[in-house]
Design a protein around this ligand. Structure first.
Ligand code: SF4
Length: 374
C-alpha cells in the first residue's frame, strides 16, 4: 500500500558527515505552510487514496512543536484514506526527547519512534557534530521504551576512524541491554561536500581500512543473530513484528508520495524529486510555479533498481518479475557469484549469502542491464 513521506528540512546543528537536505534556520513556518499546500495539491496522486504508512523524516522532525506534527497527521487523514493500523514513524533526536513530548506524539498518532542515537560515547558524538551526548542517548531510549509506542528503533554508526571491534561490541551490547526491538546500523561513508569530506581531503581525518569496516559489519550480523533480530535488509535488523513497513515498501518498489524540499516520490513508473532549497520550495508553492523535476524510468532502470534494492533484502529479488532477464544477459557474472558463494537462487528469488552481503552493491551492479539488452 502506498506510503507518505514528509521531509522536515531543519536541524539544530549540522553533523559533519551528513548530506541530507536541511537548514539550521529557526524560521520554519513558511516551509511548513508550503508543505501543507503541497499535500493538498498532490492528494489525488495516490490512486484510491489509501495510505498504509506515514514517515516524518529529515532533517529533524522532532524539532517541530508536537502540535505541528499532529496537524500534518490530521491533514493526511482528511486528504487520504489512512489505514486504521497505519505505521506512522517520527524520526527524533535524543536532545528533543522528554516524557511530555513522547506523550504528545503518541496522542497525535505516532506509532513508531526512530531515534538518531549514532553512538553511546561522548567523544564520538562530539566528533560527529551531534547535538546530544551519551547520557541523553541512554535516557531517551529508556523513556521511549516505556512510552507505549507500537515499536521503536535506533540508529548506530560503525566504521568510524580508529573504531575497534571492542568499541563496536560495547555499542551493540548497550543497545541490546536496553531491549531495542529494531536497529538500523550504517557504516560511515564520506559524502562529497560534507565537513567530513573536507577533513579527509585535508588529511585531518583518516578513514578506516575496508577490512576493519567489514569486520565490524560481520560482528554486527553475529550479534544481531544471537539476539534474535532478523537482518531483513542489509542495514536493518528487527525482531519479528518490528520491521519497518514504510522502508520495506521502498525496497519492494511500492509507490510513495514525498512532500517537502528534496523529497522524492515514485508512482510505479516515474520518479520525481522536489527542489532541495527551502526558500525556492516555499516561493514556488506560494506562487504556483514548478518546484520539482522528474524522470520516467526505462525498463533497464526499473530492472536495475529492483536488483539494487531487492538484493539488499533477505527476501531477495523475484527473478520472474524483472522486466529484462538480467541473469541471462549477465550469465558469466551471475555464474561467478554463484560459484564463489555470494548469491544463490531460492524458490525463484535471487538472494545474497552472508558473505555476499559484504558486497551487495557491487554484485548488483555486475548484474545491471541496459535498454539495448532488451
Ligand atoms: S541531525 Fe540528522 S539530518 Fe540533521 S544534520 Fe545530523 S545527521 Fe543530518
Amino acid at each position: 500500500m502506498p506510503g507518505l513521506y514528509l521531509h522536515i528540512p531543519f536541524c539544530r546543528q549540522a553533523c559533519t558527515y551528513c548530506d541530507f537536505h536541511f537548514s539550521t534556520s529557526t524560521d520554519r513556518s513558511a516551509v511548513l505552510d508550503a508543505m501543507e499546500l503541497e499535500l493538498v495539491k498532490r492528494s489525488k496522486e495516490i490512486g484510491d487514496g489509501r495510505v498504509g504508512t506515514i514517515y516524518f523524516g529529515g532533517g529533524t522532525p522532532s524539532l517541530l512543536e508536537p502540535g505541528r506534527i499532529a496537524a500534518f497527521i490530521q491533514q493526511a487523514q482528511d486528504l487520504f484514506r489512512v489505514e486504521r493500523d497505519a505505521e506512522i514513524t517520527l524520526e527524533a533526536n535524543p536532545d528533543d526527547i522528554s516524557a511530555e513530548r513522547l506523550a504528545e506524539w503518541k496522542a497525535a498518532g505516532i506509532t513508531r519512534i526512530s531515534l538518531g542515537t549514532q553512538s553511546f560515547r561522548d567523544e564520538r558524538l562530539r566528533w560527529m557534530g551531534r547535538a546530544h551526548d551519551a547520557r541523553q542517548a541512554l535516557s531517551s531510549i529508556g523513556l521511549i521504551a516505556n512510552a507505549g509506542f507500537r515499536t521503536w528503533t535506533i540508529d548506530l554508526i560503525y566504521g568510524l576512524p580508529q573504531m575497534t571491534l571492542d568499541e563496536w561490541d560495547e555499542q551493540l551490547t548497550i543497545a541490546l541491554d536496553h531491549g531495542m526491538p529494531h536497529l538500523s546500523a550504517y557504516c560511515l561513508t564520506v559524502e562529497s561536500k560534507t565537513v567530513l569530506a573536507h577533513q579527509v581531503k585535508k588529511g585531518g581525518v583518516h578513514m578506516p581500512e575496508d577490512e576493519d569496516q567489514s569486520a565490524q559489519f560481520e560482528r554486527l550480523m553475529e550479534r544481531m543473530e544471537q539476539a534474535g533480530l532478523d537482518q531483513y535488509e542489509i542495514s536493518n535488523f528487527g525482531q519479528p513484528g518490528h520491521y519497518s513497513r514504510h522502508n520495506t515498501s521502498y525496497w519492494e518498489g511500492v509507490p510513495y508520495l514525498g512532500i517537502g524540499p528534496s523529497a522524492h516520490s515514485f508512482d510505479g513508473s516515474s520518479r520525481r524529486w522536489n527542489v532541495a532549497n527551502n526558500a525556492r520550495y516555499g516561493k514556488a508553492l506560494r506562487e504556483g510555479s514548478s518546484y520539482w523535476e522528474s524522470e520516467t524510468l526505462t525498463p533497464a532502470q526499473r530492472t536495475n533498481e529492483r536488483l539494487m534494492t531487492g538484493l539488499r533484502t533477505a527476501k531477495g529479488v523475484d527473478i520472474a518479475k524483472l522486466e529484462i532477464d538480467a541473469l541471462r544477459i549477465n550469465s558469466s557474472a551471475f555464474q561467478r557469484h554463484v560459484s564463489n558463494g555470494s548469491i544463490s537462487m531460492v524458490d525463484g528469488r535471487l538472494v545474497l549469502s552472508r558473505a555476499g552481503r559484504h558486497f551487495a552493491d557491487r554484485i548488483a551492479s555486475d548484474l545491471f542491464v541496459t535498454d539495448d539488452d532488451r
